[in-house]
Design a protein around this ligand. Sequence first.
Ligand SMILES: C[C@H](O)[C@H](O)[C@@H](O)C(=O)CO
Ligand code: MN
Length: 421
Amino acid sequence: MANQDQIVRNYEVAKERYAEIGVDTEEALKKLQDMKISVHCWQGDDVKGFLNPNGELTGGIMATGNYPGAAQTPEQLRQDLEKAYSLIPGKHKLNLHAIYLDTDEKVDLNEIEPKHFTAWVDWAKEQGLGLDFNPTFFSHPMYKDGFTLASPDKEVRDFWVEHGKRTRKIAEYFGKEIGQTSINNFWIPDGFKDNPVDTLAPRQRLMEALDEIFAEQLNEDFTQEAVESKLFGIGAEAYTVGSHEFYMGYGISRNKLVCLDAGHFHPTEVISNKLSALSLFSKGILLHVSRPVRWDSDHVVIMDDELQAIAREIVRNNLLERTNIGLDFFDATINRIAAWVIGTRNTQKALLRALLEPTAFLKQKELEGDFTTRLAYTEELKDFPFGDVWNYFCVKNNVPVGFDWFKEVQHYEKEILLNRA
Ligand SMILES: C[C@H](O)[C@H](O)[C@@H](O)C(=O)CO
Ligand SMILES: [Mn+2]
């Protein structure tokens, strides 16, 4: 068990060290406290959901592994999420997919209503969480030949248009009830395995279907939509209708948030490098913080270069107000609660590291052409005691420090997860 007095003493030393280079650690911690991370529900059950949990996961995404204890009911998922949130400092959001409805009624995706999500809202209120949402354009028989909203078949398109419209009403209901804007993120998997001849018509159909879904103006205090691009999926290797260029154009011209998923680009292409440019033109950004390993593999987020670069871009360019930070990974080979905790805490840690830079000073030196100072500072900063500031943040938020969170997960696994049928 970490020694709290020692943590406070270490923090005081770290605070002085940062003050010497003009960084106010208290100010950084205040900012970090207000940063909400949208934790994705689908890590808890390998993207199965409760509409048709025994059906196939389609849409070109894949969860591999068979770690015991996956949540099988909404109650179990909430129980697991509560455990995870209790190990993560601060108050955050939960990101729900439409297939995670909680109802005894037999309803399809084109029939869902706010009433099918009241249990989530009641629980979120009780836990002090915000709620984000996503239509589910996959794992359903109307995902036909790899197509939904861009399908040449009008019946297929109509089904999904209705689904999209209904999710907007549900997100609006979340926003009204909870008092925080609910981000409703549209990711559409449609694409071709092999080279298409007509690359334009599917995009035209997708554009028109989205316009139909978004035709009704909703109060943006309650809900805002985001659109998520992708380079390719399994079975859609040659062509994805909703490419990056498609959604850059769509999002900016339709006043929607543009969602950047870290795994949705060419293997050496990074989203950190896109944020400042996009911020000049888009109304706002949604991030899907993920970790692609050779493909869009959705590994748990670790403290790697790209995670730190994303955090630095947000902080240095003052994009916090206009950036919504969501997570998107699903690893079924490890304890799922540990996955949430590791990914979320790492994202927060990366943000803290970025907040502990003397940004104004560094920008000034750069402007003066003093690149030597810039390099010396950014390199020396790597050895500054940010871990002591992080540990103090955990203590202040009453969550375990260091390995202590992991002991709790191990205990929970033994007592709860391994006893699930
Ligand atoms: C389950 C999510 O909607 C999904 O991961 C999506 O956001 C995505 O990134 C698909 O590759
Ligand atoms: Mn994503």
